[in-house]
Design a binder for this molecule. Structure first.
Ligand code: ATP
Ligand code: ZN
Length: 224
């Protein structure tokens, strides 16, 4: 793949995919994404689109192997903390906040749980995907707990007897309700953002990024 082409990572399949692809198209990038291929080359701009799991995007930018990435702030925050602990590269720039992917990362317990504040969770097991964001909150609240890392189906953990409480992403609250859970504490608010690698791009690539950022502003303002 040519080094001259701007590399943009997007979530292959999930909650951010449709909005991200729509935004790229609204910015005038012509690209065929009707294939299963990892890399899609734009037909009208020197841009390559990489389609990956969202969890892989922050690391690819922090390692400088991809130039831009569309990602949820929660995933970016979690990866930054994980890499911080491991002593790995975390540098990056957030170049745009986006008006999609909004959600909150919240603690939730069974409907019949007598919740009197975070202290009520003392000594309990909490299932979550984003263990570092939860850890920071619980340490700040000075409440000891046991972390139970699950990459999916977090909301069924209490009913399955895997955990006493959960900390998960919520938008409408319908999933919690369907699982007999109530949201008791919002610990982080997230939207999608556009992140860029820390290391300077060539002039040509940076010009293209600046053009895209201007177009994103135009698209987002028009939507407001
Ligand atoms: P992948 O297969 O790429 O790892 P995933 O299952 O981790 O996908 P999705 O469920 O597609 O992730 O969510 C992607 C992002 O969408 C989340 O990290 C979050 O920033 C955002 N989001 C917005 N609303 C919600 C919601 N209600 N539940 C979960 N994520 C949400
Ligand atoms: Zn993921």
């Amino acid at each position: 793949m040519s080094e001259q082409r701007l590399r943009i990572a997007i979530q292959k399949k999930g909650r951010l995919s449709d909005s991200t692809v729509k935004l790229l198209k609204a910015c005038g990038i012509k690209v065929n994404l009707n294939t299963q291929r990892l890399i899609a080359h734009s037909e009208n701009m020197p841009i390559d689109i990489l389609r990956v799991r969202d969890d892989d995007i922050p690391g690819l930018i922090m390692d400088g192997v991809v130039d831009l990435g569309f990602i949820g702030q929660n995933v970016l925050e979690e990866e930054s903390m994980m890499r911080g602990v491991a002593g790995e590269a975390t540098a990056h720039k957030v170049v745009k906040e986006l008006n999609f992917g909004g959600c909150r990362f919240s603690l939730a317990v069974d409907n019949d749980f007598d919740y009197q504040g975070v202290q009520s969770l003392s000594g309990l097991r909490i299932a979550t995907t984003y263990i570092h964001i939860l850890k920071r909150f619980m340490e700040e609240a000075n409440v000891p707990y046991t972390s139970c890392m699950l990459t999916g189906s977090v909301e069924v953990a209490p009913r399955a007897g895997l955990a006493d409480a959960i900390c998960d992403l919520v938008s409408t609250g319908a999933t919690l309700e369907a699982n007999g859970l109530k949201e008791v504490e919002v610990i982080y608010r997230s939207t999608a953002v556009l992140m860029q690698r820390e290391k300077a791009l060539s002039n040509e690539k940076q010009c293209l990024v600046d053009k895209l950022l201007t177009r994103i502003d135009g698209v987002q303002t028009a939507k407001e």
